[in-house]
Design a protein around this ligand. Structure first.
Ligand code: ADP
Length: 538
């Protein structure tokens, strides 16, 4: 067979040759919509490759983006790596201090930035975080009057360059891009994807075992392009010639649902907190976007009630599991063919409520606490989840976090339970598990049970220190407008869900909203800090 290097040109050329007539739609924060095609995106990406050469950036320089989802960001997704350079997508919700650390750690030489994010970049600059950066290129025609190194306008630079760029021979093991973990449980670490891992990931997530997308689809990744490459959707959709709808700006759920309807979206991807809001919006309108085939929920455990709600809409919500370190997609909870004969309750329990079936080429194992033997997939035994595969990291950038690579496996930091039918579920993150009286309590299971209560909009459960039991669960609950909930009701519900008496929280906190992390997950680190200091003060 031919020894064709698996590099990003394979994705890009395919889109340019066969799908130059397919639309890429950007919904801007100001309500306007920008329409272009893959023909435009690929042409402008080639111009961008020329720009990067003309600026004199080293052939292997790291070029960052600080940007919302948009066609320009998509141009950078290909223009930077196909010029041989490395694309580093910066999380715009991080603090200026954290951003400065990441930019310096990655050694970013240039940054492509949306104009509304310039104030954030100026803060980073003021803290000395742009020392490695020679060029700040503002997405747009205008050049704002700000003090930043090598300031230039993206459109002006592009206009000076021809749309020709020779297809270069890039080694498939060369770096393609860098994403930092969002730091939910500690300081962010750099994850470097290769061309090969990006191509293999794009191919696999397109299949019926992944997101199940193709040229007949219109995909709307609600996941930001700065968060684990929007789970690889922009790469896959471009390669496949699927229409893409990119939502630039903070989430506005009404607009999101309008876009799903107006643009005929067939598949959409996002974290559970998004789908909680979308489900409410569908219910409020009494309308479900007619072409929507399925939505994918990843990044955290979706509550069973949410999965059931989407099923009642006729749109399956597919649970996916993965991490920045695993491509990110590593499993999706598609039901198997013979499960069609299962009743609804069994189907939801055995497939939809699981983190999924590993994707082809991805291997997962659940280890015993001794770290040596693998646990049986018996639906009971719970232990650390390890993973390996062609799009799983074997080291962090600059050798950080070395203790997580063991004997060819990556220790995910999640705790899982494997079932005899081949699915696995995430019981918790190691750092979120609650250790009470020497036994473990799963915060994820407790949250799922609480969010199954009709009175409860959101719930997060964290460990608080306890002199006698070591730790106790604290339930933080957002009650729906007009509803109320008591500790007795919470206990009743949790007991019905199978929690033992000793596992029940002694108290609960009623919150207006559960704080979110930079990628929209419940911020348990913050809650823990908040209630731990209050707890110790008491
Ligand atoms: P961060 O680690 O900073 O939160 P990631 O987006 O890489 O950023 O998060 C990966 C983590 O998200 C996983 O380790 C896991 O704890 C959690 N996660 C992802 N998908 C699921 C899922 N389906 N169920 C439960 N937890 C999930």
């Amino acid at each position: 067979m031919m020894d064709v290097p698996l590099n990003g040109w394979l994705l890009f050329d395919h889109a340019e040759t066969h799908f130059s007539d397919v639309e890429v739609v950007t919904a801007n924060a100001d309500g306007t919509v920008h329409r272009c095609t893959y023909g435009d995106v690929t042409r402008r990406s080639r111009q961008l490759m020329r720009v990067l050469d003309a600026l004199g950036l080293a052939n292997d320089a790291t070029v960052a983006t600080l940007a919302w989802n948009s066609y320009r960001h998509l141009e950078a997704y290909f223009g930077v790596p196909l010029s041989g350079r490395v694309l580093h997508t910066l999380n715009l919700r991080l603090s200026s201090d954290e951003l400065g650390y990441i930019i310096s750690h990655a050694g970013d030489a240039a940054i492509l930035v949306d104009s509304d994010l310039l104030p954030l970049l100026q803060e980073v600059h003021a803290l000395g975080g742009l020392e490695t950066v020679k060029h700040v290129i503002v997405f747009g025609d205008e050049l704002p009057d700000v003090e930043l190194p090598g300031l230039a306008s993206y459109e002006q630079l592009l206009a000076e360059q021809p749309a020709t760029y020779p297809r270069t021979e890039i080694d498939e093991q060369a770096p393609f891009g860098i994403c930092y973990t969002s730091g939910t449980t500690g300081r962010s670490k750099g994850v470097q994807y290769t061309h090969r891992s990006t191509v293999l990931h794009a191919l696999t997530i397109s299949t019926g075992a992944g997101f199940s997308i193709g040229p007949s689809d219109c995909v709307l990744p609600v996941v930001p392009m700065f968060h684990a490459n929007a789970w690889g959707v922009p790469h896959a959709a471009t390669m496949l010639g699927a229409k893409q709808v990119l939502f630039a700006g903070s989430l506005d759920v009404g607009r999101l649902v309008d876009l799903m309807i107006d643009e005929d979206v067939t598949v959409s991807t996002g974290v559970p907190t998004i789908w909680l809001e979308v489900a409410d919006e569908f219910a409020r309108r009494g309308v479900v976007p007619p072409s929507l085939r399925h939505v994918v929920s990843g990044g955290a455990q979706p509550p069973r009630s949410l999965i059931e709600k989407f099923r009642s809409f006729g749109v399956p919500l597919l649970q996916a599991w993965g991490m920045t370190e695993t491509g990110p997609l590593a499993s999706v909870a598609w039901p198997k063919h013979h499960m069609r004969s299962y009743d609804e309750d069994r189907l939801v329990s055995e497939a939809a409520c699981q983190a999924g079936l590993p994707l082809p080429c991805v291997d997962v194992t659940v280890r015993a606490d001794d770290g040596q033997s693998d646990l049986a997939w018996d639906g009971q035994a719970m232990g650390p989840l390890l993973v390996r595969g062609p799009w799983v990291i074997d080291s962090y950038l600059h050798g950080d976090g070395g203790d997580r690579f063991d004997d060819g496996w990556f220790a995910t930091g999640d705790v899982a339970v494997g079932s005899p039918n081949g699915y696995f579920r995430i019981a918790d993150r190691t750092k979120d598990l609650i250790k009470s009286g020497g036994e473990w309590i799963s915060s994820v299971d407790m949250e799922a049970a609480l969010m199954g209560m009709s009175e409860v909009l959101e719930a997060a459960v964290v460990a608080i220190p306890d002199a006698k039991w070591q730790e106790r669960p604290l339930a933080c609950v957002v009650v729906r407008e007009g509803a109320s909930v008591t500790l007795d009701q919470i206990h009743e519900r949790l007991s019905a869900a199978g929690f033992a008496r000793w596992q029940l929280p002694q108290e609960f906190e009623r919150l207006e909203v559960i704080p979110r992390t930079s990628v929209g997950k419940f911020d348990k680190k913050l809650l823990r800090a908040q209630f731990t200091s209050e707890g110790s003060a008491q």
